[in-house]
Design a protein around this ligand. Structure first.
Ligand code: NAD
Ligand code: AHE
Ligand code: ZN
Length: 369
């Protein structure tokens, strides 16, 4: 079938909205009509050329919501008409990782996903004779896409696509990092580096967990009002701190953060996030994705003296199990999403979303088909 998609032909170039050929679903696969998609900083990370796994030409997007329109042979858990959220972290419930109960990082299709193809090694997208890569197994910047059955969470039908698409990455990543990865307890002091689409969800997760001080760190003071509405109790702008930022944060948190979260993708901030943690027990969680070749460093003494460095992907969430519950939380008013979706545009104007991100004007942009 012919579909409408935003294609990235080369790193660093704007996307081009054009007509693409899409093959139907094969065994174990599902054809989904995407109704709305968020634009996450990770899309920009790969578009920019910083992603060592980046492949072109490609259809980006991994934060979508839509409706099942067809299923391939052998699909048993989904049917035409089901409402779904695509999962870049699938949940097969059979691989070593899923069965371990120690991680959400299902390994069933990770290798082919990283190569921009479906599990059988081929792409469903093409333009004429040219193959177009899938992205993170999702490619939600297309009005129709094909995914493996294990990479789709079935959600309730009254949930608005243009809001719950954000649960496909940012909401789940931020809240999940607090609840699943850090396991923040009531009364904890928390520091959040980066108050964008992920960091504000970390703040909302920390508030849900009953944290005491929730300290936000960002160089954009325009983030303060919204962050406070989401639960931030103290704001620190590194540009305004005279002297050492780590010492300042240790002071604000009465001896160091019980938990810190890096939500920017900057390796220098990752170090500061670890080092502002409390001696003996502070846990720092890396969420931000850093570019090819970059490395983190600290004095081993920081770990010898009890600080713990962790990371999280998709907030440690098991997508098919957890995503429908997070949709319920939103529908029941337990978590907020609408306020974070600052911009909406038709897919034809998707490049505006990247411009708004660069200018620091948006939290989340959502493109509508
Ligand atoms: P965003 O662009 O919405 O937000 C980034 C924020 O960081 C902005 O508010 C910006 O002002 C702030 N910032 C930039 N430089 C800073 C600095 N030096 N000090 C303090 N603040 C600074 O991005 P996002 O969508 O929230 O994504 C954040 C990061 O999380 C990205 O690296 C993204 O790739 C990553 N991410 C990871 C996962 C995961 O599963 N691990 C999931 C989603 C996103
Ligand atoms: N391709 C990058 C890694 C990017 C990365 O870490 N992605 C996160 C999700 S970010 C969502 O916005 C993730 O899920 N990682 C686990 C995985 O298996 O990719 C690189 O450095 O190669
Ligand atoms: Zn993302």
């Amino acid at each position: 079938m012919k579909v409408k998609a935003a294609v990235a032909y080369a790193a660093g170039k704007p996307l081009e909205v054009t007509t693409v050929d899409l093959d139907g679903p094969r065994a174990g696969e599902v054809l989904v009509e995407i109704k709305a998609t968020g634009i996450c900083h990770t899309d920009e990370f790969t578009r920019s050329g910083a992603d060592p796994e980046g492949l072109f030409p490609v259809i980006f997007g991994h934060e979508g919501a839509g409706v099942v329109v067809d299923v391939g042979p052998g699909v048993t858990t989904l049917k035409k008409g089901d409402h779904v959220i695509p999962l870049y972290t699938p949940e097969c419930r059979q691989c070593k990782s899923c069965l371990s109960r120690k991680t959400n990082l299902c390994t069933q299709i990770r290798a082919t996903q990283g190569k921009g193809v479906m599990p059988d090694g081929t792409s469903r997208f093409s333009i004429g004779k040219e193959m177009i890569h899938h992205y993170m197994g999702c490619s939600t910047f297309s009005n129709f896409t094909v995914l493996p059955e294990i990479a789709l969470a079935k959600i309730r039908e009254d949930a608005p696509f243009d809001k719950v698409c954000y649960i496909g990455c940012g909401v789940t990543t931020g809240i999940g990092a607090v609840i699943n990865t850090a396991k923040v307890e009531p009364g904890a002091n928390v520091v959040v580096f980066g108050l964008g689409g992920i960091g504000l969800n970390v703040i909302q997760g920390a508030r849900l967990a009953g944290a005491n001080k929730i300290v936000g760190v960002d160089i954009n003071p325009g983030r303060v009002k919204l962050a406070e509405a989401f639960g931030m109790t103290h704001f620190v702008n590194p540009k305004e701190v005279g002297g050492d930022l780590v010492a300042h944060l240790v002071n604000v948190t009465d001896g160091g953060a019980d938990y810190s979260f890096e939500c920017v993708g900057n390796v220098d901030l990752m170090r500061q996030a670890l080092e502002c943690c409390h001696r003996g027990w502070g846990v720092s969680v890396i969420i931000g994705v850093a570019g090819a070749g970059q490395e983190i460093k600290t004095r081993p003494f920081q770990l010898v003296t009890g600080r713990v460095w962790k990371g999280t992907a998709f907030g440690g969430a098991r997508g098919r199990t957890d995503v429908p519950k997070i949709v319920d939380w939103y529908m029941d008013g337990k978590i907020k999403i609408d306020e974070l979706i600052t911009h909406q545009m038709p897919i034809e104007r998707i490049n505006d979303a990247f411009d708004l991100m660069h200018k620091g004007e948006s939290i989340r942009s959502v493109a509508i088909f």
